[in-house]
Design a protein around this ligand. Structure first.
Ligand SMILES: [Fe+2]
Ligand SMILES: [Fe+2]
Length: 287
């Protein structure tokens, strides 16, 4: 077995050495698990963190959800979206925090993929649209680990894929013995995320390997490909992979339907770009 592969697994097991979820997300998980918890209690917890509240509100008000009118309080966000979605949002917000500081292009790529996944999920009436967009937000989280923990390797990968028609994940497999999808799956597992998030993360480049949540996985894959094809954000390489046959099959989409979906995604991305710039500006102002 590749030594690096073992090293990554070890890193992820030793919680000390990997980006941990902030205490607030752990506390929130405990609150959400408990049936007796009231929305007010959760709202109080989220509100106790200013930056997190701001991010939750920003994301809630983003075109991603498309609520008419602005949502201005955390408790309203909780009532409108449901507790689990806000939990997902705060989870994403903390992960974004990591991404924003490290890889802006990847962050935009992730946000774009989430929007695309949400459009696709709604168009085909997928039952778990929220989970699918959360999975899409997190799908390349493994890249953040590689970037933070294996900075030298990451730089080498970037230069290797730069002028070649080769994907980041192929280089990773070759040189790390694991690609960012698999690594992201390990990380998601170590964070005790539900299987419906783990599988799309782990198999977004291998749709046919998804056995428990193949539709969610297919949608995340498709969204990822469309966002790369549209040139939104930057995920590390310029190769636009083909849509995998398993993804066509699972989503049941035709090429004509896909064209309509692409138009809708393109409209939404304009707003997403503005949101991204706005968040970046806040971030720069804090730095
Ligand atoms: Fe990926
Ligand atoms: Fe991606």
């Amino acid at each position: 077995m590749n030594e690096k592969r073992e090293e990554i697994q070890r890193l992820i097991k030793e919680t000390r050495s990997l980006p941990t979820l902030p205490g607030i997300v752990t506390k929130m998980s405990a609150l959400v698990e408990n049936d007796k918890t009231s929305i007010q209690e959760i709202a109080r917890l989220v509100s106790s963190d200013q930056i997190l509240s701001a991010k939750v509100l920003k994301l809630v008000n983003s075109p991603f959800y498309g609520f008419p009118g602005r949502v201005s309080t955390v408790s309203n966000a909780l009532i409108l979206l449901g507790v689990n979605v806000v939990k997902g949002l705060s989870l994403s917000a903390s992960i974004f925090e990591m991404m924003e500081k490290n890889v802006v292009g990847l962050w935009e790529h992730s946000l774009g993929t989430a929007v695309a996944a949400s459009v696709i999920a709604k168009r085909i009436g997928a039952p778990e649209a929220e989970e699918i967009s959360t999975a899409a937000l997190l799908h390349d989280i493994g890249k953040v680990i590689v970037k933070i923990k294996f900075e030298e390797d990451y730089k080498r990968f970037e230069s290797l894929v730069q002028d070649k028609e080769i994907s980041m994940f192929e280089v990773e497999r070759e040189l790390l013995g694991a690609d960012h999808a698999e690594i992201g799956g390990w990380l998601a597992k170590s964070w005790y995320l539900p299987e419906k998030l783990i599988e799309p993360i782990a198999y977004h480049h291998d749709v046919e390997k998804a056995t428990r949540h193949p539709l969610n996985t297919a949608i995340v894959h498709l969204a990822d490909v469309l966002i790369k094809a549209g040139g939104f954000g930057f995920s590390g390489d310029n190769v636009v992979p083909l849509i995998q046959p398993a993804a066509w099959k699972k989503t049941g989409l035709t090429e004509t339907q896909l064209e309509g979906i692409i138009d809708e995604i393109e409209d939404k991305l304009i707003d997403v770009k503005n949101l991204s710039l706005e968040i970046q500006a806040t971030h720069d102002a804090q730095a």
